[in-house]
Design a protein around this ligand. Sequence first.
Ligand SMILES: Nc1ncnc2c1ncn2[C@@H]1O[C@H](COP(=O)(O)OP(=O)(O)OP(=O)(O)O)[C@@H](O)[C@H]1O
Length: 912
Amino acid sequence: MFSTRKTWDLSHAPRLQELWKKDISLDASSLDFLMSDGEDDASFLSLPTAAFSQRPSLTAELSETNAPSQQLLIQTLQDKVCEFQARLQSEEVARHLLLQQLQHASAQTSAPHSGVTVLPSGGQNSDCLNCPEEEQLVTRLRTQVEELEEKLLDQTQEVERLRSEQGATDLEKQLKLLVVENQRLKQELKSCRSSDIQSVDPAAGSCSCSHSQDADSLRREVSRWESQARQRERRLAELERELLEKSSRVESLRRQLDESNRQLDESNRQLEDGRRQLDESRWRQSEAEQKLDLRLQECEEELARQAATPPRVKYVTHTVEVESADSQKAVVELQTKNSALQDQLSVQRTLLRELETQLHESQRTCGQLRTQILVYEGEMERAQGQLEAEMQNLEEEKNRVIEEAFIRAESEMKAVHENLAGVRMNLLSLQPALRTLTCDYNCLKRQVQDFPFMLDKAISEAKQEICQVISEVSSTNQELLRKYKREMNLRKKCHDELVRLKGNIRVFCRVRPVSQEEQDSADAKAMLSFDSDDDAVLYLSSRGKVMTFELDKVFAPQATQEEVFQEVQSLITSCIDGFNVCIFAYGQTGSGKTFTMEGVVDDPGINQRALRLLFSEVTEKAPDWDYTITVSMVEIYNETLRDLLGENPTDKLDIKMNPDGSGQLYVPRLTQFTVQSAEDINRVLELGHVNRATACTNLNEHSSRSHALLIISVCGYNGATGSHTQGKLNLVDLAGSERIAKSGAEGSRLREAQCINKSLSALGDVINALRSRHAHVPFRNSRLTYLLQDSLSGDSKTLMMVQVSPLPSHLSESVCSLKFAQRVRSVELAASSRKHENSSTSSSPTHDSVELDSPPVTPLPLPISRASSAGSALSSTSRTPNSSRRRSQSQLSTDRQVDRASPLVGDGGQDD
Ligand SMILES: Nc1ncnc2c1ncn2[C@@H]1O[C@H](COP(=O)(O)OP(=O)(O)OP(=O)(O)O)[C@@H](O)[C@H]1O
């Protein structure tokens, strides 16, 4: 079935076939056999020179013959060699015979004279050589033998020489050439195959010519056709199997039919036998009947004749009687026989009927079987016709498919061959490239050999360049560092200027919310209101009048701790840059100072947040800067300084001038903790809180009567620049600012009130003197201002957080606190206004002088509309907050210019 494909496989690869044939011809063992046979046979060496006289023609013949006919040629050569050997042997034998004859003749000649046997080896026996003729003959013969031997030796040498020069060497050379050619062709075939594989299989090599894709597709097509052919073959095999089954079925039916026919014949035969038996028995019966009838008739005739003769009646009667008895007996016998024959006849008839029934049955079955056979035969003919048609179709289809596959494969092979030729061409064209590559490789090899030297040279050059670059970079760094320092100085100057222009005292106000209990017992409506457009304005209503307070920032009751801290954190971080910062919480008792500064556990205040912020900031700067943060906590109660972190919190501390001559103050024996983590902060604050609580009987009351200070020092060192920074952050929770003296307190309460009043007044005076740039700033007037001296002077920054209670019952204290804040803030704003304010306001709080019934007097004359923000009472309908704010801002620059020209001069008590 696949003969066509197999034929195609070999016949359509002419080149491979040719190579194959060459390969076979060269691999044949005949040449090896010939060579080994010729060399092993020693007689070959004795070939006469003439034996090789035909060598040129043989060589020519060998060279002319094609590779397939070489075997024949070799056979011819072998025959000729054998022939030469035979001839040589015969010559040898003849020569030996001649020699023996000569020796024998000489022996016979010499024997009768001396009786001594002449040795064939020619041994000298002077006794036997009496006759000179004989001696001469022997000598001549010996000479002849020697000549012959020499001649033989010469011939042998000549043969050897000729053999080495031309004969076998030619064959060997030819064989070697053929072997080399064979090897070359094998290699070529191998390379062709490998290149075929590479071009056919893209995964096997990197050759990606277009023919490989065509070849792939053709191969796929061929494999598809092959699979189709296989399917058709399978189908054909199935049909054949089916045909065989049907044939076997028909055969079995035929066998059944034959069996039936045979049975039918058997039945017919039985029937015939029965009929024959019946006819026979009938015939015998009729014969017996005829015999009986005939006997009966004879008997009757005899009876009648005897009856006709009376005298002889008795005898006749007796005879008749005798005869009739016999006749009767015979009749009875005959009747019995007749009845038996009748029975037999009836049996035969019954049997005949049965046989006839069987015959009918068999004939009917036979008819049915014949009908069935006819049906089967028709069906089989039809199936056979279908099968033949199908087989015909399949055969045609198969031939067509094979033809197509053949054509495709042929074209594919052609393409592959073309591809192969292309590959060969490529190989040829690649050879120059290979040569170039080889040249390049050699060149590179030389370069690689020179590489260490070049590398050393390059490394030394690179080192020089790197050193040069490093020196350049270091000089650039020096330059950059110089510029950086210059920029830093400039920035500091700018900052100073900015601070000077903007003022380094900021005043914020925070209104605490109304607690649940206070809401229940609140006796009035909200007296404080806020400007939705301006977060620096607070309105206070009292008796139908509205007082407007303008500060730097006003926090409504709903402001969170985080929002408050957001506003102050820039001040806190500036202490990392070396600034001293002071944040005060100022206000009456219960206004929320401690809440703002310390906060509660779940919602910490400025103190804890400030320390955490400082940690995160110094951590960010850690690669360049090395910071140390130390913390101290002190309390000032009744002008007594106590260390809240010390082992004995009740011990009094002093404030002294630092003996190092720096002019800085310090507190001997003050405990300082270096904090490095949030846990340290919590521990320190907790310790301070516990110490403060243990030092008093009622913490709430005590905290209202004392100032609590958290002093944080931040020291930084920049290793790169060598610069140091030192900043200090003072977070102060001041004592309550209510006017206790007015309430008629006595004894210790009076002393507490006096101390608080004194320290707060001193703080106001210091701030006033600082803003007014007085030559003398009264820091020493209180422990508080004395301790905060370095954080209030110079370029330090101060924030005052004025805490206000929203309750109407605290209106007087709230007004007093707000007026104090307003004055502190207005000090720095307008020099021109200060002149007027100096006569009407004081920077120091005068709590005792502010009366609820008599609100602060508006300074006269008002320099500008800004005077309205200095605590003047205005009708809520007389002006809008926005207009006030705009005026304040427009006037700000003018005021600041004047402020630099004329320092503020003022003192307390003007409110009164
Ligand atoms: N902004 C606020 N939000 C919620 N509660 C506040 C707020 N401010 C203050 N409080 C609450 O008001 C009460 C009084 O606050 P706080 O103790 O801070 O006042 P104080 O001015 O420090 O009083 P003292 O001078 O006696 O120390 C506290 O219960 C506090 O929780």
